[in-house]
Write a protein that binds this ligand. Structure first.
Ligand code: NAD
Length: 369
């Protein structure tokens, strides 16, 4: 199959995203061309990548002195103590700025290894090999790296662009459906906030994407998603304006995850799907968006049996807890809840345009869920 290459241009930084079945065969060549002085490679691996695929990654690194660390990714990995022990072992092995950290895994591994690379000797080469649909369409694009704090997720981190991103489609074949749903939520988000044509394409292909088997459809979904994300990141790398539109549905989602104590009952992508629907219903109530648009979106949820109803996960009496978490969102800059709402497919409100008080949100959430 044809391998797609996207060129990312963010201010003075440029790097490729290589997407396709067989993209992993470009790893060796990429290190040679974008990190030519590399002698040592630190391979930070996700334990859940199948062995056969791990071998394919390692066989690309044969000409380097390779140091491998494997982790079972949980949010606890994204901590200072784990970063410290990785950094100490890389320093002990004399890693320097010419050497390269390669992350192969989902968003947890990418965020963790990217952050380590960004602070080791004030920044050593970083190549990301995302292995989940979410990491291929979202977390590997845009240069956010980070770890968690006791006070919340992703509160400590850096903006650090990789030297290259390699999205191998065959890695997706071993993903459980729930992980495909997580990636799908972000794919759908890009279409809703910016890309009406992409939305029409998703309407036709949603079932195929969620089956995770058809490489051509998966490649196209990933390419179109990455291009949309790059548009926002290039316009606003440090998230001072436009990039905030990527937060569509996420103010609800983060609060839903926090109110369920980040339990496995509901994962991030499921919360995003519910959050985007709540944001659209709120848009209809505020007469910003038509009911027809809402119905069109809901149809995709119904066809694919996607999570859509808050009451499936929470009792109505717990809704206030969700709203309280919404008011703590790190993207609020005053006591009000900042929201991105939908005007029509492909068009949202602007950042800062819609703000609601805790009281207003507590009353409305019961009506839209
Ligand atoms: N940096 C950013 O811009 C950004 C954006 C969105 C999300 N994130 C972060 O990304 C993380 C979520 O990423 P995720 O959804 O990829 O989750 P994840 O990293 O937890 O991976 C999901 C699961 O899939 C497994 N896995 C990975 N590759 C696999 C494969 N090929 N086959 C089978 N199993 C595989 C993992 O081991 C894990 O159990 C969160 O920590 C979130 O904060 C970061």
């Amino acid at each position: 199959m044809k391998i797609s290459k996207i060129k990312v241009k963010i201010k003075e930084t440029r790097y490729p995203i290589i997407i396709g079945n067989g993209a992993i065969n470009y790893l060796k060549q990429q290190i040679k061309s974008v990190c030519p002085k590399t002698k040592k490679v630190a391979l930070i691996l996700d334990k859940n990548i199948p062995n056969k695929q791990k071998k394919r990654i390692k066989s690309q690194l044969k000409s380097y002195s390779i140091y491998t660390k494997e982790y079972l990714p949980t949010e606890n990995l994204k901590s200072f103590s784990k970063i410290n022990s990785l950094a100490e072992s890389l320093l002990e092995k004399n890693f320097n700025r010419n050497d390269t950290v390669v992350a192969a895994g989902g968003g947890i591994i990418g965020d963790f290894a990217g952050f380590a690379a960004s602070i080791l000797k004030r920044g050593i080469n970083f190549i990301n090999v995302p292995s989940t649909l979410l990491s291929q369409v979202d977390s590997s694009v845009g240069g956010k790296t980070g770890i968690n704090s006791r006070r919340g997720k992703n509160l400590i981190g850096s903006f650090y662009q990789p030297k290259s991103v390699i999205a191998e489609l065959s890695f997706l074949k071993s993903l459980p459906r729930r992980e495909l749903v997580c990636g799908f939520a972000e794919i759908l988000k890009y279409s809703l906030i910016r890309d009406k044509k992409f939305f029409k394409w998703i309407k036709k292909n949603s079932r195929i994407i969620l089956e995770g088997k058809n490489n051509v459809v998966l490649r196209d979904a990933i390419v179109r998603s990455c291009k949309n994300k790059i548009y926002f990141v290039a316009a606003d790398e440090k998230e001072a304006g436009k990039r905030m539109l990527l937060n569509f549905g996420h103010t609800f989602a983060h609060a839903i995850e926090a109110a369920s104590n980040f339990s496995k009952k509901i994962n991030h992508g499921e919360a995003v799907l519910i959050g985007m629907l709540l944001a659209t219903k709120l848009s209809v109530r505020k007469k910003i968006c038509s009911n027809l648009t809402l119905k069109e979106i809901e149809k995709i949820y119904k066809t694919n049996n996607l999570p859509s109803i808050l009451t499936k996960y929470f009792k109505k009496k717990d809704f206030n807890k969700i709203v309280n978490y919404m008011s703590n969102d790190k993207k609020n800059n005053d006591s009000k809840i900042n929201l991105i709402l939908l005007k029509k497919i492909g068009k949202t409100t602007n950042p800062g345009e819609i703000k609601m008080s805790l009281h207003q949100m507590k009353s409305v959430i019961k009506k839209i869920s």
